[in-house]
Ligand binder design. Sequence first.
Ligand SMILES: Cc1cc2nc3c(=O)[nH]c(=O)nc-3n(C[C@H](O)[C@H](O)[C@H](O)COP(=O)(O)O)c2cc1C
Length: 151
Amino acid sequence: MGTDSELFSLVYFSRSTVEPRKVDAEIRSILDSARKKNPEYEVTGALLFSRGFFAQVLEGSLTSVQSTLEKIRSDPRHTEISVLSCRPIAKRNFADWSMAYAEPDRDGTVSERINGILENASCIDCDDAGSEVLSVLQMLITGSETISSGT
Ligand SMILES: Cc1cc2nc3c(=O)[nH]c(=O)nc-3n(C[C@H](O)[C@H](O)[C@H](O)COP(=O)(O)O)c2cc1C
């Protein structure tokens, strides 16, 4: 456990409980809340929705990442929240976004990859699944898959 200035990256996934026809509106509302509130806690990150699953990366101090997760946990728009990894990072992967949104890809390649991870994440190696989700989000959002992990 480090000091509060130490940066952490937490990756979780969850199952959406939102009716398919309401998903777009709910994602908009989630992003609105996140973009309004995360700056206050210096939380950055990225959100993905793919075939009924959410996957999200939260970055910030351990306290702020944990309290943001606790708030999100009690949200009725999803269930079965599984934390895949929570590890210290040297720098933010999503520094420019209070909450980036990764649009689902058109040809479904990324969805296949994400769903493969999420469906099997219970849980052969959570840490690997966490890294893989992070890497997919990074690729979708920044166009680069190079993750600066704890170096
Ligand atoms: C998948 C998912 C991700 C969310 N991510 C965030 C987030 O990063 N930051 C945040 O403040 N709220 C997030 N929320 C929304 C919170 O659960 C909660 O609804 C919101 O912060 C409450 O805002 P309000 O006080 O304006 O109603 C998320 C919700 C869901 C379902």
